[in-house]
Ligand binder design. Structure first.
Ligand code: PLP
Length: 388
């Protein structure tokens, strides 16, 4: 690959993203809109590429966490409506309106400030967030909710496009708290003088488990990327998800160690016999964390343990034999019959699968595949090549 100059890269299978959204489209009741959640650079996959693919496959709305993420998508030519799920600043309402970016509102004082500051004439779209039990963002008070709805209705340019809430436990087997939040949302909706056009509550877990309780829009994040929202509900998922993210590197150095010779900082690893050790150019600054010492990678179709401490930019693996420099190493993905899934990495790190692709840093170029061919390559500074 001559589009970048580093032997470590992530491959993003946009066909998998497409299929995950298209399958959802078929699964959901007709009339349910799909909002593709592409915050955090599409969970580390690549914001614009994932957004375009999701829209092609049947999503009609995008969601991000911050206004800057929405503006970045606009800069990359995305024209679909975008909702900012997190808190924005009232000073930035004009900027959002100018770019047809909808904002989340959850405080009356914020809305009053935004109304006082807004000088434009473009419509400003709001989604009112209700806190039904997540305890993060959202209005909880009936009077405040009614005052907010009234202010928006009165304002010549403000539009209440949506109302929503977020579940805390939709990915758990026990559905008591989920049901409590759902019922609370139903009763809180009654506080509004009218139903806005878009009503949404379901993340991936709720979408896939309770499609009949999705109102008219779902916010589809983790499962768009082919990942189960939690290990416990994985067996309950209604159709197979396709993982889109894989991570690869190449051997840049191979050496034979004699018994007793050491590897990496702290000299924590000692060769027990004559061993072949390979160096790969990926480390904790790429998001391949130090805690992945004792985990493994795939090389030559077999598992190879990570030995010694993971360094900032490199780590070492014990090879099954004297493999040539340049041999491909798979850190996440498949080689032959062996697979390392994002869930495997998450389990080793004692965390959730969401965190793993988000951790893989800007330093690792993303290669996007569509229709099984390389479509585009992006590194830290942007697009560096395309075969399309
Ligand atoms: C408000 C909100 N809605 C939807 C999502 C998507 O959730 P998931 O990735 O579980 O589908 C998130 C993700 O964290 C979120 O914060």
């Amino acid at each position: 690959m001559d589009d970048f100059h580093r032997d470590t890269w992530a491959e993003i299978d946009l066909d998998a993203i497409y299929d995950n959204v298209a399958n959802l489209r078929r699964f959901l009741p007709t009339g349910t809109n799909i909002m593709a959640v592409v915050k955090a650079n599409a969970y580390g996959h690549g914001d614009a590429e994932v957004a375009n693919t999701a829209l092609e496959a049947g999503a009609s709305y995008l969601a991000v966490a911050f206004l800057d993420e929405a503006l970045a998508l606009r800069k990359k030519g995305l024209a679909a409506p975008i909702l900012v799920l997190g808190a924005s600043r009232p000073e930035d309402v004009s900027l959002a309106a100018e770019h047809r970016i909808a904002l989340t509102v959850f405080r009356l004082d914020w809305l009053e400030k935004a109304a006082a500051l807004y000088q434009g004439s473009a419509p400003v779209y709001f989604h009112l967030k209700m806190d039904t039990g997540m305890g993060r963002l959202g209005v909880k008070d009936e009077r405040e909710t009614k005052q907010m709805a009234a202010l928006i209705e009165r304002h010549p340019h403000f539009i209440l496009e949506g109302v929503y809430t977020h579940f805390a436990t939709a990915d758990e087997i026990n559905t008591d708290y989920f049901s409590y939040q759902y019922d609370r949302f139903l009763s809180m909706l009654e506080w509004l003088p009218f139903r806005p056009p878009l009503v949404h509550c379901a993340n991936s877990a709720a979408t896939l488990r309770f499609p009949d309780r999705a109102f008219n829009m779902v916010r589809f994040g983790i499962s768009m990327y082919g990942l189960a929202p939690s290990p416990s509900i994985k067996p309950l998922l209604p159709y197979e998800l396709k993982e889109a993210f894989s991570l690869h590197s190449r051997l840049v150095h191979v050496k034979k160690l004699q018994p007793g010779e050491k590897v990496s900082y702290g000299a924590t690893y000692t060769a027990q016999a004559e061993e072949w050790i390979g160096t790969i150019p990926i480390g904790y600054a790429d998001g391949w964390l130090r805690r992945l010492q004792h985990f493994h990678v795939l090389v030559d179709g077999k598992k190879a343990p990570i030995v010694g401490r993971v360094c900032m930019d490199q780590c070492m693996i014990r090879l099954p034999g004297p493999l040539p420099v340049g041999t491909k190493v798979t850190l996440i993905g498949r080689q032959g019959d062996e697979v390392i899934s994002i869930d495997d990495v998450a389990r080793h790190l004692d965390t959730i699968n969401y965190e793993v692709p988000c951790l893989i840093s800007y330093r690792v170029p993303r290669i996007f595949f569509r229709n099984k061919r390389i479509m585009e390559v992006r590194n830290a500074v942007g697009r560096v090549g395309t075969n399309a």
